[in-house]
Design a protein around this ligand. Structure first.
Ligand SMILES: *[C@@H]1O[C@H](CO)[C@@H](O)[C@H](O)[C@H]1NC(C)=O
Ligand SMILES: *[C@@H]1O[C@H](CO)[C@@H](O)[C@H](O)[C@H]1NC(C)=O
Ligand SMILES: *[C@@H]1O[C@H](CO)[C@@H](O)[C@H](O)[C@H]1NC(C)=O
Length: 196
């Protein structure tokens, strides 16, 4: 190695380590996010309730006391992806959000670009048995300051099974989230009507 002034050398080393570490963390996160083997999108379509959220975003910490269950419809899009449209109660009104998930190679893996923030996220169906529950994971943000992980528990009914809740909690803990970052959303009869 060529000799360099000590200060410069130390800085270069730090940058190098930061870079390597950064690359390692990204690779590890990508590789660690599992996807439901043999995922079949057609069996995933239809109505779901979002019954649990877990995230290290400050948004969830601030809002968790006022959030309630939402109703979602999963429909296919022309590009082979998913249109996930959710309806939920916010400030005493029903609000609807559409997430257009573009296919990302492997079945069950998608890419989502937020029209509002311009950030891009990887969304995976980590596990589902189609008839009862689905665990979704949003991670790996690229773009302005949206660096968080979000796990969601989707359920075909408003009462997720104990097993499904346990799977969700285990996933959240495996992501390094603490129990105060895991929220089971209370059922509501507001804004739950079929939104198609
Ligand atoms: C899905 O899981 C539930 C229990 O969590 C079970 O009752 C149901 O039979 C499962 N469905 C399939 C298709 O495996
Ligand atoms: C949330 O967790 C992910 C994955 O562990 C991490 O990359 C990210 O920096 C965290 N974000 C915040 C805001 O803590
Ligand atoms: C997504 O689904 C919603 C609700 O069914 C619908 O209103 C909207 O037009 C769909 N958007 C696209 C781009 O498919």
């Amino acid at each position: 190695m060529p000799l360099a002034p000590a200060g410069f050398g130390r800085m270069a080393q730090r940058l190098l380590w930061a870079g390597l570490l950064g690359a390692f963390v990204v690779l590890q996160t990508r590789a660690e996010i599992p996807v439901q083997p043999g995922f079949q999108q057609d069996k995933f379509l239809g109505r779901w309730f979002c019954t649990g959220l877990a995230s290290n975003s400050t948004w969830l910490r601030e809002k968790k006391a006022v959030l309630s269950m939402c109703s979602s419809a999963a429909a296919p899009t022309a590009d082979g992806g998913l249109n996930l449209t959710s309806t939920f109660l916010r400030n005493n009104q029903c609000e609807t959000r559409t997430m257009l998930l573009q296919p990302a190679g492997t079945p069950g893996r998608y890419s989502y670009t937020s029209p509002h923030w311009g950030s891009t996220h990887d969304v995976s169906v980590v596990e589902t048995n189609y008839s009862q529950y689905a665990l979704l994971l949003t991670a790996g943000a690229k773009g302005p300051g949206r660096d968080f992980v979000l796990a969601s528990l989707y359920s075909r009914t408003q009462q997720p099974s104990v097993e499904a809740k346990e799977k969700f909690t285990a996933l959240a803990r495996a992501l390094g989230l603490t129990d105060d970052a895991i929220v089971f959303l209370p059922p509501t009869d507001k804004c739950m009507e079929k939104s198609t």
